[in-house]
Design a protein around this ligand. Structure first.
Ligand code: 5GP
Length: 192
């Protein structure tokens, strides 16, 4: 049997742009799409389960996996390691399902090099002010940390030209429709 490989989609953009909510909505709507579960060294938040939101590891184990080349990409995001397990993604793609990664900009640029067929989608805020407001509203960071995230977002925004598609997250449902349209376009291309 010659089952065709799934397609790799990468959803990326600055912190607090809403890519997590967007990704959850796409997964609810689209049964052909599977989320890759990342590995991280950050502590689980309340309710997070190992193997569901993330695979949680300590730094020593994570660094061991880096040495074994277990990651398709990895990055240090706000003092913690995050990485996409290569075997996990390939298992999804080899089963013929499409795989979506929700990762930061550094990671997306590594995927672009290592998997040139991947479709990179940059999610951006309607304005810098809107993003700063969202970071503040999350309320999980102090003012130094907020400032750090806003300036980090400024530098991440400068990479949007590296992506195949840029979608403005002005409204969650509208942005999800636009991303879904982009994904469907690639699927038709492959089937046609
Ligand atoms: P959080 O800790 O809030 O779940 O995620 C923090 C940031 O890490 C988000 O911007 C998220 O997209 C990014 N991230 C999550 N998983 C990965 C991954 O596997 N690789 C990379 N490069 N970034 C990730």
């Amino acid at each position: 049997m010659n089952m065709s490989q799934g397609k790799l989609f990468v959803l990326s953009g600055p912190s607090a742009v809403g890519k997590g909510s967007l990704c959850r909505l796409l997964l609810e709507r689209d049964p052909e799409l599977t989320l890759s579960v990342s590995a991280t060294t950050r502590a689980p938040r309340s309710g997070e389960i190992h193997g569901k939101e993330y695979f949680f590891y300590n730094e020593k184990d994570f660094e061991g996996m880096i040495r074994q080349d277990s990651f398709l990409e990895w990055a240090k995001v706000y003092d913690h390691y995050y990485g996409t397990p290569k075997a996990y993604v390939d298992e999804i793609l080899n089963s013929g399902k499409d795989c979506i990664l929700e990762i930061d900009v550094q990671g997306a640029l590594q995927i672009k090099k290592r998997r040139p067929g991947a479709v990179l989608i940059f999610i951006k805020p309607p304005s810098r002010e809107a993003l700063a407001e969202r970071i503040r509203k999350r309320g999980t960071e102090n003012s130094d940390e907020i400032q750090k995230r806003v300036s980090q977002a400024d530098s991440e925004m400068s990479y949007q030209s590296e992506y195949r598609h840029v979608v403005v997250n002005d409204d969650l449902l509208r942005a999800a429709d636009e991303v879904q349209g982009i994904m469907n376009g690639y699927r038709q291309e492959e089937n046609g």
